[in-house]
Write a protein that binds this ligand. Structure first.
Ligand SMILES: *Cc1c(COP(=O)(O)O)cnc(C)c1O
Length: 441
């Protein structure tokens, strides 16, 4: 049974990339990217100016966001998350890896306001940009206006004549559904079978139309794209190929830089920054890694984490096929409890850039995600969803992946990026916690 993948037989792929043998057996693996660049990346598709423009757009929308979501007034309408030092976690689980002079932090995107996950960055940004474009075209908004006019009855009626579609395993739909309906848009979310019931319930409460699919993310996004594009006034947010999602995420880098400065943490040759990012299609980690590379160049090292059953970005970058290949092509089932990462095919836009910005990728079993989440509750009293705990094993995995970096950098700053969980209902939390406990005993 020699099936062909992008013109080559499975045998040829396995001979060229022996790591695929282990990947196909669902073993946890790591891969170091031979093409990672130290310096700032000159990309044809995205540049520093794009990130600056995205940051300005968030600023323009801040007054409107305060009006729509009053809880944002505390932070002047800017969507940000805390950076939290994890001394207890480090002392409990990482002392054999990280020396006294190294820091371990959690970038708490699970606490991002409004959407409760990292998708508050990319998803909300793309909806806001689309709303701005429509409103400027229609003359509802002119440059220099206070954007609170977009919360007026007239604007809402206008947006009510437009719809937005999206395919998602859960969190992207939540962010699009919440901001989209708040502005008055019709929102159609196309959910894969991984999507949790509570996420669908919450979306319906917000007034989004929820379409459910039996298949995985690829099926939901393909059907969603097709249905959305049948309506000429509808807009599709395409997680498999979106520059705007990417840019929305990239702004997080400057936010982190500001927070590191406030902590008195330098990033330089003697003090590198190592960041561990949970990865689905690769848009969120890709946008953040790109932003961080622009700011810190060779002194930042970004690693992506994927489930052993859904290593889509790993297979795409390893083989060089990017979005032209899915994990199913290599015989994997794309079944994982980490629903935020349950993606079989990577984003084409993000992959083309991550090829030069990501230092490496490692995979973990679902069981490990539960254990890590349990350890975080035990040591720091912080709850995150299984997908979002993935980065916590980063320093341990680095020991095997790139010991030279650990040795060279006696005082490095390691950051696990936690990506979702604050909206998870109490009963679900308990189930996740109990599972983590069982796996840890
Ligand atoms: C979406 C998501 C990610 C990864 O983002 P991608 O853009 O799909 O790579 C990680 N964690 C959680 C909880 C998510 O919802």
């Amino acid at each position: 049974m020699d099936m062909m993948i992008a013109g080559k037989s499975m045998r040829e792929w396995l001979d060229s990339f022996p790591l695929l043998e282990q990947i196909r057996r669902y073993e946890p693996v790591h891969w170091l990217n031979p093409e990672v660049q130290g310096e700032q990346l000159n990309s044809k598709t995205v540049n520093k100016k794009d990130i600056a423009e995205a940051a300005e757009r968030w600023q323009r929308f801040a007054p409107l966001l305060i009006k729509l979501f009053p809880e944002l007034s505390e932070n002047n309408g800017i969507i940000e998350s805390p950076l939290r030092k994890l001394d207890n976690y480090k002392n409990a689980y990482l002392t054999d890896v990280l020396g006294e002079e190294s820091n371990f932090y959690l970038k708490c995107d699970h606490l991002l306001p409004v959407a409760g996950s990292i998708k508050a960055r990319g998803g909300m940004y793309e909806v806001l940009k689309h709303a701005e474009t429509l409103a400027l075209q229609a003359g509802l908004l002119t440059e220099g206006d206070n954007y609170q006019v977009l919360a007026s009855k007239k604007s809402r009626q206008f947006f009510n004549n437009h719809s937005i579609g999206v395919g998602s395993t859960g969190n992207l739909a939540l962010s699009i559904g919440i901001i989209g309906t708040a502005l008055g848009f019709h929102v159609d979310v196309h959910m894969s079978s991984d999507a949790k019931q509570w996420k669908k319930d919450l979306l319906r409460q917000h007034g989004a139309n929820v379409h459910e699919y039996r298949g995985d993310f690829s099926e939901a996004i393909t059907a969603g794209r097709e249905k959305t594009l049948q309506n000429p006034s509808a807009y599709f947010i395409d997680d498999e190929d979106s520059k705007d999602l990417f840019l929305g995420y990239s702004v997080a880098a400057a936010e982190l830089q500001k927070q590191l400065e406030a902590e008195g943490i330098a990033v330089n040759e003697q003090h590198p920054l190592v960041v561990y990012l949970p990865c689905g299609v690769g848009g969120a980690p890709g946008g953040i890694a790109y932003g961080l590379k622009q700011l810190f160049g060779e002194h930042v090292h970004c690693f992506f984490v994927e489930p052993t059953h859904s290593p889509s970005v790993l297979i795409g970058l390893l083989t060089g096929l990017d979005e032209q290949v899915s994990v199913q092509d290599f015989g994997l089932d794309n079944r994982t409890a980490a629903d935020g990462l349950a993606v079989g095919r990577p984003s084409s836009f993000a992959s083309a850039i991550s090829r030069y910005t990501v230092s490496g990728i490692y995979t973990e079993n679902d069981q490990v995600f539960y254990q890590l989440g349990y350890q975080l509750v035990q040591s720091e009293e912080l709850f995150v969803e299984p997908s979002a705990a993935a980065g916590l094993s980063g320093p341990k995995r680095l020991q095997k992946m790139k010991q030279s970096l650990l040795k060279k950098a006696k005082s490095a700053t390691h950051i696990a990026w936690s990506t979702g969980g604050s909206l998870v209902p109490e009963a679900e939390r308990e189930k996740i916690y109990q599972k983590g406990k069982r796996f840890s005993e």
